[in-house]
Design a protein around this ligand. Sequence first.
Ligand SMILES: *Cc1c(COP(=O)(O)O)cnc(C)c1O
Length: 383
Amino acid sequence: MSADGNAGFETRAIHAGQEPDKQTGAVIVPIYATSTYAQDGVGGLRGGYEYSRTANPTRTALETCLASLEGGRFGRSFASGLAASDVLLRSVCRPGDHVVFGDDAYGGTFRLVDKVLSLWGVEYTPVNLGDVDAVRAAVRPNTKVIWAETPTNPLLRVVDISALAGIAQESGAKLVIDNTFASPYLQTPLELGADVVLHSTTKYIGGHSDVVGGALITSDEELDAQMGFLQNAAGAITGPMDAWLTLRGLKTLAIRMERHSDNAERIVEELTGHPKVSSVLYPGVAGHPGHEIAGKQMRRYGGMVSFTVHGGEQAALDVVAKTRVFTLAESLGGVESLIEHPGRMTHASTAGSQLEVPADLIRLSVGIENADDLVADLLQALD
Ligand SMILES: *Cc1c(COP(=O)(O)O)cnc(C)c1O
């Protein structure tokens, strides 16, 4: 069957852009391992395809499905989340333009703006995106992009997407939401007024820690055309194998996100009040400062949990070294549970800056294993 825009999320994840193959009936979109396409006479393209940097049917299926899940008209996929970020920024910004983003932005996003786009004459201001007045004050006449993640990494702060959309509309800037942590199952920013959604599909969308990729989804035709131009002109595309793996992951996104959320909630319950734990950061908890906004814009609260321990950095390093089911590793969003120490690992580069994270902080990417096993593993590591 085909999945129109009215079908439920789970149906669209499995069917949108993924009709059975017309020639063979193959139920699963094939891996179109081809660089080029035969033409019937010069310019006589049979299926609209000409060269696989420009377009490839496996990639088209992924892009169509991602657009459907985010409720956007257009989807484009890239070699990584950062390749997508680069295309977005260079599609919208010209030398002399200005970008506003979170003071706890993903480190790679910060590096891209600070070390690459800045050479191109793009200016930026990091700001606390939870403070709407501070965002309004940071916006200048040359601001072209307001860039937000929600929930954020690793402190799981929540940003009010509709409020930022209002500021973007007033100022003429594009609001970009990095929806990597929530996934479209939990949150659809375009419906809340965002102009573009960005994903590292490496994380929950792929979901199995076996492929690196990125995506941009929008309903803005002019912006999509600019992004499509750069996708082809600069060439940081998704190959057909990677597109296929990502599509396979995407089919189970809904049930994975439910289970990630179930397991995370259970772990939050067990960690809260534990004598070795000093605080638990999870937007699903009533005392979390972003709980109310998260409740409005998210279906559930996801699989990322951070917490601090008594005993400082050494105590945190001891815990992350002792888990057996949770693997000590960077990245997130896969079916397997991961644990890490942001201060020494993913966020080591923020040391000494205003983005520095607490030394006693531990971040969990809660997987979909048996919840009792996950809890037992954390409790033995904390003992
Ligand atoms: C991983 C990540 C990125 C970068 O994506 P890559 O696929 O690693 O290039 C961007 N934003 C967030 C929130 C991420 O977690």
